[in-house]
Design a protein around this ligand. Structure first.
Ligand code: HEM
Length: 447
C-alpha cells in the first residue's frame, strides 16, 4: 500500500470538516511578489496568518479550516514558467467558463448568467474557509484580508451555512456516500465497495486504471500530492421541485415521499431505496453506519431498478457494481465537499424570492475523468446503461424546461413522470488546482 504524507496534503481532499459555516473568497493577484508572500504565509511562515489545513489527523477539532485552490490563470499570475503551465491538463488550462457547455452549463446556466466574479478570467485564488461559528469565520477572514490586501483584490465571496439534519435544500439528507480511499484514514461511512486507490484523488500515485498514473504536472515539487476541484455554485429551485413532486403524486397516485425517494435513490432521511424500497423506517432499523453499505448487484441485486430507479441521482452518479458502458462503474468516483447556502425552505411560504442552493466542491485527480465525466456521460445522457434512453439526472440534469422525464421501473410496467424541469441552475464555477503544502512553498519561492 502506498504511504501518503498527510501533512503535505490539503485536508479537504481527504476528509470533510463537518463545520456549520463556510465562506468562499475569490481573489485576483495584482502584485506577484506580494502574492507569493501570501502563499508562504498560508503555508505556515507567518503565525499571524491562518495556515492551510492539512490532512494530518486532528488532536482537537480546530475553530476554522482554510484551504486554497488556484486557477490556471492564477498559476500564470504567480509567474509559473511556461513549460510548467503547459504540463497541466487541458481541461484545467481551459477552465470552467470555456468548458461550461460540455457539462450542461447552457441557457440560464451559461457563464454569461454567472455571478460576475466567477466568470472573471482574473479569478486567480479561491480561499475556502470552514468554521465552527460565524465569529470564527469572520475572525479568520479578517486575518486573511490583512494578509492579502497588499497584493490581491477580492473579486467576490459566497457564504454557506449547513441546514438542520445535514440536509440539502430539496430536503434530503446529504453527505453519506464518499469513496473510501486506500492508504488514508477512513473519513466516511464504511462500505464493501472496492477501495479507491489514492491516485484517483492525489497526483503521483497509481490510479484507478490498471498500470496507469495520471501525469504529474512539472516540476514534481509543484504537482505531487496535488489534486483538482470543480467549485460550483448550484442554485436549487425548491418551488419547482415541490410543485413537480405534488403534481406527479396526484397524476400517479404514488405518495410524494416515494416520488422524492425514487428521484434521489434515498429517502429524505438517507435510507437507501435498495435496502428499504417501501419505507424510510425499516424494521429492523438500518444502523447509521450501514447507510452506505449497498450495491445494485449480488446480495442487493436490482438489475431493473424496481427498488432504486436506474435513473435516480445516486445511481447515475455512482452506479457501483451495475453493468455500465466501459465497465466503469467504479472508475469515476468523486470526493464531494460542500455546504448549503440560503435560508431553509419553508413549504408554508413558497416563492419567497430567496436564492438557495449548494456550494459544491467536486474533487478528483482528473477533472475530465471525474467531474466532467459524471456531468456529461452519467448526468446528462442515458446511453451508459440499459433502460434510460437519452434522459438526464432528475435532480441536477440540464433538461430543457418541462421537457424531461423520469422512469420509475415496476414489474407491472414503468411509471413515467413527465414535465420534469431543470431544478438546478449553475450560478458559477471555477476549476482549481489544490496544490500540496510543499507545492505552495515552491510557488512562494518562485523567481
Ligand atoms: C444542488 C445539487 C445537488 C444536490 C441537491 C445533490 C444531492 C445529493 C443527495 C441528497 C445525495 C445522497 C446522499 C449521499 O449519498 O451522500 C447525493 C449523492 C451524490 N451526488 Fe449529488 N447532489 C447535487 C449535485 C451533485 C453533482 C453536481 C454531482 C457530481 C458532479 C453529484 C454527485 C453525487 C455523488 C457522486 C453522490 C454519491 C452517490 C453514491 O455514492 O451513491 N451531486 N447528492
Amino acid at each position: 500500500m502506498v504511504a501518503v504524507e498527510l501533512p503535505d496534503v490539503q485536508g479537504l481532499i481527504i476528509r470533510g470538516y463537518t463545520m456549520p459555516v463556510a465562506r468562499y473568497l475569490g481573489l485576483s493577484i495584482r502584485e506577484p511578489t506580494g502574492a507569493r508572500e501570501l502563499l508562504a504565509a498560508l503555508a505556515g511562515s507567518n503565525p499571524v496568518v491562518p495556515s492551510i489545513t492539512t490532512a494530518q489527523p486532528w488532536v482537537a477539532k480546530p475553530e476554522y479550516c482554510v484551504n486554497l485552490g488556484i486557477t490556471f490563470t492564477g498559476l500564470a499570475a504567480l509567474e509559473v514558467p511556461r513549460a510548467s503551465l503547459d504540463s497541466f491538463p487541458v481541461e484545467y488550462r481551459e477552465g470552467a467558463v470555456k468548458r461550461a457547455a460540455s457539462v450542461g452549463d447552457i441557457g440560464t446556466s451559461a457563464p454569461e448568467q454567472w455571478l460576475r466574479w466567477l466568470a472573471d478570467s482574473g479569478l486567480h485564488l479561491l480561499l475556502i474557509l470552514s468554521a465552527q461559528s460565524g465569529d470564527a469565520l469572520d475572525a479568520a477572514t479578517k486575518r486573511l484580508e490583512q494578509a492579502w490586501s497588499a497584493s490581491c483584490v477580492e473579486l467576490g465571496r459566497h457564504d454557506g451555512a449547513s441546514l438542520p439534519g445535514d440536509a440539502a435544500h430539496f430536503g434530503y439528507r446529504d453527505g453519506l456516500s464518499q469513496p473510501t480511499i486506500e492508504g488514508v484514514p477512513l473519513a466516511g461511512l464504511p462500505d464493501h465497495l472496492p477501495r479507491a486507490p489514492v491516485g484517483e484523488f492525489l497526483l503521483g500515485y497509481p490510479s484507478q486504471f490498471d498500470q496507469f498514473s495520471y501525469p504529474v504536472p512539472e516540476p514534481p515539487e509543484l504537482g505531487l500530492n496535488g489534486s483538482f476541484v470543480a467549485f460550483r455554485v448550484l442554485e436549487q429551485d425548491v418551488d419547482a421541485f415541490a410543485e413537480f413532486v405534488a403534481q406527479q403524486a396526484s397524476a400517479t397516485g404514488l405518495s410524494e415521499e416515494l416520488i422524492e425517494a425514487k428521484l434521489c435513490g434515498r429517502w429524505r432521511n438517507g435510507t437507501p431505496l435498495v435496502l428499504s424500497p417501501d419505507t424510510d423506517t425499516p424494521e429492523p432499523p438500518i444502523p447509521s453506519d450501514a447507510l452506505n453499505d449497498f450495491d445494485y448487484t449480488e446480495e442487493h441485486a436490482d438489475e431493473h431498478g424496481y427498488r432504486c430507479p436506474i435513473g435516480s441521482h445516486i445511481r447515475r452518479m455512482n452506479p457501483r457494481g451495475q453493468r455500465v458502458a466501459g465497465a466503469g462503474g467504479h472508475l469515476h468516483r468523486i470526493v464531494r465537499r460542500g455546504i448549503a447556502y440560503g435560508p431553509a425552505y419553508d413549504p408554508a411560504q413558497p416563492r419567497d424570492g430567496q436564492a438557495r442552493g449548494l456550494l459544491g466542491l467536486f474533487i478528483g485527480v482528473s477533472l475530465r475523468d471525474q467531474f466532467e465525466f459524471l456531468m456529461t456521460q452519467w448526468a446528462n445522457d442515458g446511453i451508459f446503461t440499459a433502460g434510460l434512453g437519452r434522459t438526464n439526472d432528475p435532480l441536477i440534469g440540464a433538461q430543457a424546461n418541462g421537457a424531461g422525464s423520469f422512469s420509475i421501473p415496476r414489474p407491472a410496467g414503468s411509471v413515467v413522470l413527465h414535465g420534469l424541469t431543470r431544478l438546478v441552475t449553475t450560478r458559477g464555477g471555477a476549476y482549481c488546482f489544490l496544490p500540496s503544502i510543499s507545492a505552495i512553498r515552491y510557488l512562494a519561492a518562485l523567481v
